[in-house]
Design a binder for this molecule. Structure first.
Ligand code: ASP
Ligand code: MG
Length: 411
């Protein structure tokens, strides 16, 4: 029998009424003959509220207790959905992460899934029972403590459960009807994509598209899980297919550029007048790496004195203060003149597997942005994407410009 994982996000389960609507979506698939495991998020806003309470109780709290508290949101919705399903005649039971179990590392607050035993869920299928799984949570086997997978982690729960029970498909129901060429709130001409390759989706999610947690795409790619992003606000009797995330071989008409992503979560640091000698890059980036601070874009240019060098790079906003403090601490070893920082920047990226086989894609963007008077502060490229760092004020103009440039505007 065909097997399906259906995942519903926070807005889809925001009230008991909406949970009833979710139950109707699930019943449709059960009636169509699928064995179904449903993965749910907490009601929208709930996790934020729980996190707020924990921080209120103590700024420097025990991470294990943070997980004990924030995992509770999903416990509530899993039970409520099981009840709503029973109410319309669909046998169902809830499963907490530790009951399955979903075994994870002990990195509390952002644990990684290590192993999922799908056998108890599959046993439930033989009793014609829908499994309603609390997303976002797991258990660290050795300590027996509850863990959570990081914000947005129930996407990853869903895809990992799909892999564990060998599901034919994983449907991620959310408040949008698929993956778009860019954020439709910024570009009204954004188009819904029918298909996106795993690798493109991975880049889009990493570069700022918020539709899926990055790790969920990694898991889907590794296990080749056909994953749909679709809307829970469709009429349960008349659902739309949404966007399929799949292998690139399954995409017939490949565009050169598939999407434009942007992230305002970037900060720029420039070290002025650094001695230009072997070992400086190591002196700068070594301490940052040791402190688990990820550096993204890096550019090195000759300083205005022509003797030293200026080193510019970006970090995520959350690491900005820590990075600056660390560099000041190592000022003597690195030997730089001055540290300058900016947070009023945005990283705009274009993504497409077609870039592998087409040259000059990024060059066209540089020209188009220059024509609009937009100054580029830094650039990075890789096989299937390029990114530019620009002033935040130009976000909309730059995204719209690139979106039209690569023919993504809807007719
Ligand atoms: N409820 C968790 C969060 O808000 C997990 C999720 O929704 O995916 O981050
Ligand atoms: Mg989410």
């Amino acid at each position: 029998m065909a097997r399906l994982v259906m995942k519903f996000g926070g807005t889809s389960v925001a009230s008991v009424e909406r949970i009833r609507n979710v139950a109707r979506h699930v019943k449709r698939e059960v009636d169509a003959g699928f064995e179904v495991a449903v993965v749910v998020s907490a009601m929208s806003g709930k996790t934020n509220e729980l996190v707020g309470w924990v921080e209120d109780a103590s700024k420097l709290h025990d991470k294990r207790e943070y997980d004990a508290v924030v995992a509770s949101g999903e416990q509530v919705t899993s039970g409520l959905l099981a009840i709503a399903l029973q109410e319309i005649g669909v046998p169902a039971r809830s499963w907490q992460g530790w009951q399955i179990p979903v075994e994870t590392s002990d990195a509390h607050g952002s644990a990684r899934i290590e192993n999922i035993d799908g056998s108890r869920i599959v046993e439930g299928f033989s009793r014609k029972e829908v499994a309603v799984v609390a997303g976002f949570q797991g258990v660290h086997a050795a300590s027996g403590r509850i863990t959570t997978l990081g914000r947005g982690g129930s996407d990853t729960s869903a895809v990992a459960i799909a892999a564990a029970i060998h599901a034919d498909r994983c449907d991620i129901y959310t408040d949008v009807d698929g993956v778009y060429t860019t954020d439709p709130r910024i570009v009204p001409k954004a188009r819904r994509l029918d298909r996106v390759a795993f690798e493109e989706m991975l880049e889009m999610a990493s570069l700022g598209a918020k539709v899926l947690q990055v790790r969920s795409v990694e898991v889907a790619m590794v296990h080749k899980i056909k994953t749909f992003v679709r809307s829970s606000f469709d009429d349960p009797a008349d659902p739309k297919p949404g966007t399929l995330i799949c292998d690139e071989e399954d995409i017939l008409e490949q565009q050169v550029v598939t999407g434009i992503a942007f992230s305002k979560d970037e900060a720029q640091i420039t070290l002025r007048r650094v001695a230009d000698k072997p070992g400086v890059a190591a002196a700068i980036f070594g301490p940052l790496a040791d402190a688990n601070i990820n550096v993204d874009m890096i550019i090195q240019v000759v300083s205005d004195d022509q003797k030293t060098t200026d080193m510019t790079f970006t970090v995520v906003t959350a690491d900005f203060e820590r990075a600056k403090a660390l560099l000041e601490k190592h000022k003597a070893e690195i030997a730089f003149g001055e540290l300058q920082g900016a947070t009023d920047v945005v990283k705009i990226s274009a993504i497409g597997i077609g870039m592998r086989s087409h040259a000059g894609i990024a060059a066209r963007a540089f020209k188009a942005l220059a024509d609009k008077g937009i100054n580029i502060r830094a650039i990075t490229t890789s096989e299937i994407k390029f990114s530019v760092l620009i002033d935040k004020d130009y976000t909309e103009l730059a995204v719209r410009t690139l979106h039209s440039l690569y023919g993504l505007d809807k007719a």
